[in-house]
Design a protein around this ligand. Structure first.
Ligand SMILES: Cc1ncc(COP(=O)(O)O)c(C=O)c1O
Length: 358
């Protein structure tokens, strides 16, 4: 396997311009100088691994990924620690999920080693772009892959292009969430792509997000498409609740839910906070009755971009519920603090989740 070779001619952004970008990076507004690239063909497998200048691609309009949606992506972050070292959080989980998404979309899985090396090298070449941890800023990595055969015709592509971009970011949803239960739209279905991170899932969800906004909510609480009685996810995040008797409950991974790295990490941290983790079906009626009776004391959504976002409202055409006292819950904030403490190097990393890059 050839390594991702760094193109030495790529121009580097000067320190003053990086400092200006890091003052208010937003999310996905500024990009680091290098991106990783690799190509797959049916004849040669993965090849042409390189770190090149981040910049426009020249694409033929018949590129099959533009027509038939063979496209997948990932999201993970690099964090600066108090001693200035830079670390990735559980990148092997994203590598495995990327391969899973590729398999579901009949694309060529990128080997785990290539995924980790490409992400690591983008960070290594971008250490000046990794923000100081104030305000929980970090460097977001966006590995993605698309079908790159120039051919109109529905079939699995004979060529794929892999790219990993890097960008400094703030956390995504700084405000507590109000979730909208759509009477109309669904995110996934049995046998569908709910547990793959493919662009089509997100394209199909935007109409429901717009409906949520028109109803005064920030994001959608997704229910199962067949019966609309089971809770699945919250926006582009996993959904969890805390009960009065000390359970941390989240819908089990049933093929229709994305297996979040944050979700998995929080379930593993639960016991340190006096919570018993439970992955099981969560009925919407149980959620409504639990919030109404006070048995469910807290709700939150979690993901890499958003970290942990407290949920304070659940709204549908029929109901408008306030979770707890309408403020972020104590356990939610404890779990958030613990996880971000590990990521930013202020809490012990007892499970070896962090991987040093620079
Ligand atoms: C649909 C969906 N669910 C859940 C998540 C959370 O996953 P993770 O914690 O790995 O970021 C994401 C974000 O990647 C997502 O897009």
């Amino acid at each position: 396997m050839s390594a991702f070779a760094v193109d030495p001619t790529v121009p580097r952004t000067n320190a003053a311009d990086i400092a200006a970008a890091l003052k208010d990076p937003g999310f996905g507004r500024y990009f680091v100088d290098f991106m990783a690239m690799a190509t797959w063909s049916r004849a040669d497998g993965w090849h042409d691994r390189a770190l090149v200048a981040t910049g426009p691609l020249s694409l033929h309009p018949a590129l099959s990924g533009l027509h038939y949606g063979q496209q997948i992506f990932e999201g993970l972050k690099a964090y600066r620690h108090p001693d200035d070292s830079v670390w990735l959080f559980r990148p092997e989980k994203n590598a495995a999920r990327f391969a899973h998404s590729a398999t579901r979309m009949q694309m060529a899985p990128l080997p785990v080693d290539d995924f980790i090396e490409s992400v690591t090298k983008v960070v290594e070449q971008s250490l000046d772009w990794v923000p100081q941890p104030e305000g929980e800023q970090s460097l977001y990595l966006r590995p993605f892959m698309f079908a790159s055969e120039n051919q109109i015709g529905v079939k699995a592509s004979d060529f794929y292009t892999y790219i990993c971009l890097g960008m400094p970011v703030m956390p995504f949803y700084p405000e507590p969430l109000k979730l909208w239960v759509s009477p109309t739209f669904s995110r996934s279905m049995a046998g569908g792509t709910g547990d793959a991170k493919c662009g089509g899932n997100y394209g199909a969800s935007m109409i429901a997000e717009d409906e949520a906004h028109r109803n005064g909510c920030t994001q959608v609480l997704w229910l199962d498409s067949a019966t609309r009685s089971w809770v699945e996810e919250g926006g582009t995040m996993n959904f969890l609740v805390v009960t009065a008797d000390g359970e941390l409950v989240t819908p089990e991974l049933n093929g229709q839910i994305l297996a979040g790295v944050t979700r998995d990490s929080l379930l593993k941290l639960a016991s340190a906070h006096g919570l018993r983790p439970r992955e099981r079906p969560l009925a919407f009626t149980e959620l409504v009755e639990g919030i109404t009776s006070g048995h469910i004391t807290e709700a939150f959504a979690c993901g890499t971009a958003a970290v942990v976002s407290p949920v304070v409202t659940i709204r549908s055409p029929e109901l408008d519920l306030t979770v707890g006292d309408g403020q972020p819950g104590a356990k939610t904030l404890e779990l958030r603090g613990h996880l971000t403490g590990i990521q930013f190097g202020t809490e012990p990393d007892e499970r070896g989740w962090m991987r040093r890059v620079g």
